[in-house]
Design a protein around this ligand. Sequence first.
Ligand SMILES: [Zn+2]
Length: 190
Amino acid sequence: MKAELRATIDRIAELSHELIVSSKEFNNQDLEEAIEASGIDVRYFVNKNYDGFLKWDTQQNCPIIAVNANQAPVRQRFSMAHELGHLILDWNWIPYSNNNKSFDKDKVLNVTLFRGVKQTPEETKVNEFAAAFLMPDSLLKKITDEVKERKISYAEAIEKIKSIAGVSGVSAGYRFKHYCQEKGLNIVNE
Ligand SMILES: [Zn+2]
């Protein structure tokens, strides 16, 4: 993905997180509530083949994000953020509004398959959105500053991102490393 496109997606994700989560005094641990408050119905399903899906609820007239009930909370959180990415990037959905005109209401809007699915450019974009939504640049900047000021080590920074964002260690490590590289910060081995 080109740096410019990544930066645009990251900015949209950061603003979305502000609008849905941080400005409403939610955090990622209560992401389900935060997403529901913004006008989306969150549901759970049991199935071995999917992580999550997005569809339109014609009765309630709102989008539904459904996630796999059997998966760990970190993974369910990522699936919610992923489907939210489809809703915002692909369907131009705006949180806290009734902008449902462009939806094809009879269809499942998106299905995220269990791991192993071939990454399309659309999925890569939406995964970037999900990571940047759960771990916004503003959070990474704050934590990078703490590392630069030697308040915490690089390893502690990753632990901190992991617990604040409610993501896996792998996701936190990957995004933080990328962030540091893009900002030209050489703090990995300090
Ligand atoms: Zn997807």
